[in-house]
Design a protein around this ligand. Structure first.
Ligand code: SF4
Length: 394
């Protein structure tokens, strides 16, 4: 049932942005402010699209409507405590817990009903299952982009929605902003590789969904602020003695989780898998083909490419260990975990597979025991060949 909206979500985002401003983290404040403004408009009745993670933000940014990405809005909602672990209903069971959390935002009236759903069947089928569920439960129009006809389907979305709603921005302008954000992200990454640990990992885990804002001016502002902050840290930089590459996700209900991990292990997380995306340029002439090509070339699209990028990053950054933190209620990430272990064994990089339900929790105790083993430097290969203890709902 859709309940009454009271603007609480945007108020909490505003408060969180002010806290980051006071801490001098202008990039986090800018990120939260842009989300706050968008949520405020949506709470006030502005039509919005709900998008699955890999639906191109450049399309959404050009159309005359607001847009929200499921993972990003769930992360924000849990980060500011508008929904909390333990009080999130598990319906519908067929989809992952991220998506269940999104359903809760609608059911509790924290977000109004979207005007339209835009979904691509990648990286998982759950994304499309949720779109179909929302489409039938709330009678929301759903544009399903198919793998085989991606470019044509993107064009269909733009033609249909621009005819109904018009454009907010011209495509060339959106593409110029996207290219600017891409260049800034590359520059930030150059610093991250040259000075491992120069950015706090929890900030990168909070910010990686800025990818879903490429094409908007706010993504450029956030990355400019981040770059400014990174440059200011260079004179005081000290390389950590123990460097960790973090794969997968983090529990969204514990904002200090990565800090606790670093303290337990006695090291610093210097790169995150979720931050490793690398956008390819999109041209105006071949806009739809380029978007489809970018998705097919993207990091998570092929397991071989993902393995290659992860292994090369670990080797080039000379990391001391790799932790792969699985979201247990995920149909995509856990089944790939074991496939990374062989090359890490060859490279003599400890590879530890951990995980829990990052939405429903809790973080099980055995995880801290495994991290303490890393602290005692007891791992010299792969944890249980990349197997992980399986728990139900964590
Ligand atoms: S957590 Fe896994 S199942 Fe859920 S949306 Fe992400 S990839 Fe899909």
């Amino acid at each position: 049932m859709i309940g009454k909206m009271n603007g609480e979500f945007s108020k909490r985002l505003n408060l969180a942005a002010r806290l980051f401003e006071a801490k001098g983290k202008q990039y986090m404040a800018a990120y939260l402010r842009s989300s706050q403004r968008r949520i405020e408009k949506i709470e006030g009745g502005a039509p919005y699209a709900v998008c699955t993670y890999y639906f191109p933000s450049e399309i959404a940014a050009a159309l005359n409507l607001e847009f929200l990405y499921i993972e990003k809005v769930v992360g924000l909602a849990m980060g500011v405590g508008i929904i909390r672990r333990g009080s999130i209903a598990r319906q519908p069971e067929a989809v992952c817990s991220y998506q269940q959390a999104f359903c809760n935002l609608l059911d509790m009236g924290i977000l109004p009903k979207p005007k339209v759903i835009l979904g691509v069947p990648f990286p998982c089928r759950d994304a499309i299952s949720l779109c179909r569920f929302l489409h039938s439960r709330h009678a929301i129009p759903f544009f399903e982009v198919k793998s085989a006809t991606m470019a044509r389907d993107f064009q269909h979305v733009v033609q249909s929605l621009s005819a109904q709603l018009g454009y907010r921005e011209s495509l060339p302008h959106v593409l110029a902003l996207s290219a600017q954000a891409t260049a800034l992200k590359k520059e930030v990454d150059t610093y991250r590789r040259r000075y491992p640990g120069i950015i706090e990992s929890e900030d990168c885990m909070n910010l990686f969904t800025i990818e879903n804002d490429f094409g908007l001016p706010s993504a450029v502002t956030v990355l400019q602020e981040l770059l400014r902050n990174v440059r200011s840290r260079v004179p005081l930089y000290q390389e950590p003695a123990y460097k960790i590459l973090w794969m997968g996700l983090v529990p969204l209900y514990d904002s200090s989780f990565l800090k606790k991990v670093e303290q337990t292990v006695g090291g610093s997380i210097v790169m995150e898998e979720m931050w490793l995306y690398d956008h390819r340029p999109i041209g105006y002439q071949h806009f739809y083909d380029d978007l489809a090509h970018r998705i097919r070339q993207s990091f998570f699209y092929s397991l071989g490419r993902r393995q290659n990028v992860i292994h090369k990053t670990a080797e080039r950054m000379k990391v001391s260990a790799v932790v792969n933190f699985l979201q247990h209620q995920c149909s995509f990430l856990p089944r790939t975990a074991k496939s990374f272990s062989e090359r890490f064994v060859q490279a003599n990089i400890p590879y530890v597979v951990l995980g829990c339900d990052v939405i429903h929790g809790p973080v099980p105790e055995w995880i801290w025991g495994q991290l303490k083993r890393l602290h005692r430097r007891e791992y010299h290969g792969s944890s249980e060949n990349g197997e992980h203890p399986v728990t139900h709902h964590g």
